[in-house]
Write a protein that binds this ligand. Structure first.
Ligand SMILES: [Zn+2]
Length: 279
């Protein structure tokens, strides 16, 4: 299985010379199995860059099929939806799957809101030319996606919930735990540890440097050390720090990795836009 980060930034997209190495787009992660089955996690602004490359393949001819999993519906995870060009080509089949937001609105109604005329000229999901299905699940369910087995769990994210993902394919496991804040960062919740159990790669929220966290407690995000604790308790093989703060320059992220790796018994790196990684 291969993985590519198309967006690694949290909250909002950044541009500028200080953000070039890790990248300024908001979250989107592409997975591809050895047999070529693709799965996209989240539709942040990074997804628009993936869209450009997809248009050179079967998606440009209206013959593409793509499952997309949403961790939750905060804007930084769906802002690429109205600009994801495969949606505009008739014949493509795209399935969006996610838990219903804890706000009480359904997943479909929430995404419809995003395309309402006061936010977007698209005026609704029904105006997308591709075949688009919105399927909600209950966090905790195991989800069938062609080529993958995905186990999910609800995790606290400030005043709402996000969905943690344990994604298995080709006998490899990628666990994505983003936009999560445990009641005590040094005591991750058991469901998070279970999702990360023996993972080949754990991608974990690291929005805050450890020394900044106390001022930001309750904002719904983790200090970098929480990912280390999950990785170590779960026996994960590698940890990618993810959902970088829009304030974090390349140099600050380098420093975050250095400090985090110094206390970790697993290899640590910071997620960066730009190339396929072998899981
Ligand atoms: Zn986010």
């Amino acid at each position: 299985m291969k993985l590519r980060f198309w967006g690694v930034r949290g909250s909002f997209a950044m541009s500028g010379r200080e953000y070039l190495r890790y990248g300024g787009n908001t979250t989107s992660i592409e997975l591809v199995t050895n047999a070529g089955k693709r799965l996209l996690v989240d539709l942040g602004t990074g997804a628009t860059e993936l869209a450009k490359t997809l248009m050179g393949s079967e998606f440009g001819k209206g013959q593409g099929t793509l499952p997309i999993l949403l961790t939750h519906t905060h804007l930084d995870h769906i802002q690429g939806l109205p600009f994801f060009t495969p949606f505009f080509i008739k014949g493509n089949e795209i399935q969006i799957k996610g838990a219903n937001p804890s706000s009480g609105l359904s997943l479909e109604a929430t995404l419809q809101n995003q395309l309402a005329p006061h936010y977007s000229p698209l005026n609704g999901l029904e105006n997308l030319a591709a075949g688009v299905s919105i399927e909600s699940f209950t966090a905790g369910d195991t989800i069938a996606v062609p080529g993958y087995e995905v186990v999910t769990a609800a995790l606290p994210h400030g005043s709402m919930w996000t969905t943690g993902l344990r994604i298995k394919a080709d006998n490899k496991i990628v666990t994505i735990l983003s936009d999560v804040e445990y009641p005590t960062p040094d005591e991750p919740l058991p469901q998070a540890i279970e999702l990360a159990r023996g993972a080949d790669l754990l991608v974990h929220d690291a929005m805050h440097a450890d020394h900044d966290y106390e001022q930001r407690r309750g904002w719904g995000h983790s200090p970098a050390r929480a990912g280390v604790t999950v990785a170590e308790l779960a026996g994960a093989k590698k940890l990618a720090l993810f959902h970088h703060s829009p304030d974090a320059t390349d140099e600050m992220i380098d420093e975050l990795v250095e400090r985090t790796a110094a206390r970790a018994s697993v290899p640590v790196f910071a997620a960066a836009e730009g190339k396929y990684l072998d899981v």
